[in-house]
Design a protein around this ligand. Structure first.
Ligand code: ADP
Ligand code: MG
Length: 381
């Protein structure tokens, strides 16, 4: 933290008003469900975006990332234009824009940030950037915003200013997760439940396996899946797929005309049910039972939603065949990361099996680390 403050001082020639941190996240279960007003269950990672920020009152916005380098990006708060292609700076600038759109007075700021959240790995480095910016601005301008409202502002920045049509999960996870818990989020009414998630107490670990690949397919595919889900809801006469109870999935599928839409609906409705099953297992202490549900969720993402890829499938099949309790891709897919639930004693053999499998397939080694459920966004200095 003090390094970020020192770099801020060096860059801008004065002290920051404070230093804030916001984490990346990994999603345990419930994928492509948030924009269908369904359930998700993310946890915050120990990896964070950290920002030193000071207030300005002259309408100037200066933004710098230690990870990008290059000159300070200087913008005028009055001139912020959505979708103007500001590159990485659009994430923090978008938050200023979204705050102002919502009627909050943000007359300018100096921002210097750095992040340990791997980018483009499905771990929400973008949400971490937005939420840390939002929290800092809330505090220094004393804006009357709850963490949940901040998440919504951050989502608006990503949707409307950057132009990425993401749901509410990532920003809410970064803003609202708590240490030692997964967050059960109902994306319809945004009600939240913190569920204790102490895997080491059960002799278990959750691994994140970052494949380090990102296939270009991903961007268009997300919008296409969204459109398919909306079509499914329309054909079923419901507002969103959340309204389709799992018990009625079979009959709902029979009423859909397109095989593709049928597959998407099957994924969304069944993944909502998987979130509820995992919540029940965690609450009842049946943590090992979560493994097969993860693997089942992967099959659904691979076969019905068709958002996986060879590398993610390789992680899951290798992990499961080398003794993991279960595994699935996490995040948007087409590359990025998978998660693996494994006995403590299985961490080394499973990790080794993954390395060997990737090597044999002629792929670069994945990055493997433990997902320790960590604290959401907070002031750190
Ligand atoms: P994800 O959120 O899954 O990591 P995204 O494509 O949504 O992937 O967001 C990644 C983008 O966020 C990067 O391309 C960059 O524009 C921005 N970003 C993330 N971390 C940083 C950082 N430390 N400095 C500057 N920009 C960053
Ligand atoms: Mg993102």
């Amino acid at each position: 933290m003090s390094e970020v403050a020192a770099a801020f001082r060096e860059l801008y020639g004065h002290e920051p008003d404070g230093v804030w941190a916001a984490p990346g996240r990994v999603n345990l279960i419930g994928e492509y469900t948030d924009f269908n007003e369904g359930f998700v269950m993310p946890l915050a990672l120990p990896h964070t975006a950290v920002a030193a920020v000071s207030r300005r009152t002259d309408g100037v916005l200066r933004i710098h990332s230690a990870d990008i380098g290059g000159p300070v990006v200087e913008l005028r708060a009055d001139d912020l234009e959505p979708l103007s292609g500001a590159g990485w700076a659009a994430y923090p600038a978008g938050v200023v824009w979204a705050l102002r759109q919502a009627g909050h007075e943000v007359p300018g700021a100096d921002i210097h940030l750095t992040s340990t959240v791997p980018t483009g790995a499905g771990l929400s480095s973008s949400a971490a950037l937005e939420v840390v910016t939002g929290l800092a601005l809330r505090d220094i301008f004393q804006l009357p915003l709850s963490m949940e409202e901040l998440a919504s502002i951050a989502q608006r920045a990503e949707n409307d200013f950057v132009g990425v049509p993401c749901g509410i999960m990532d920003q809410t996870a970064s803003a609202c997760c708590t240490e030692g818990h997964v967050l059960h989020l109902d994306a319809r009414d945004l009600s939240r439940r913190q569920i204790p998630f102490d895997l080491p107490a059960h002799g278990l670990r959750l691994l994140v396996v970052d494949t380090r690949v990102k296939h270009a397919l991903g961007d268009g595919a997300y919008a296409e899946r969204r459109a398919g889900c909306e079509q499914g809801a329309r054909e079923l006469g419901v507002r969103t797929l959340r309204e389709v109870p799992f018990a009625q999935l079979h009959s709902a599928l029979g009423r859909l005309s397109s095989p593709t839409v049928r597959d998407y609906v099957r994924h969304v409705v069944s993944d909502n049910e998987r979130v509820e099953r995992v919540a029940a297992l965690l609450s009842a202490g049946g943590v090992r039972g979560v493994g097969p549900v993860l693997t089942e969720g992967h099959a659904s993402l691979r076969d019905d939603l068709r958002v996986s890829c060879a590398e993610l499938d390789l992680v899951v099949s290798t992990a499961v065949s080398s003794g993991a309790l279960g595994a699935r891709m996490t995040g948007g897919g087409f590359g990025g990361s998978a998660i693996v639930l494994v006995e403590e004693a299985g961490v080394d053999p499973v990790t080794k099996a993954l390395m060997t499998a990737f090597e044999e397939a002629g792929l670069a080694r994945p990055r493997v680390f433990e997902a320790v459920p960590s604290q959401g966004a907070r002031r750190v200095g």
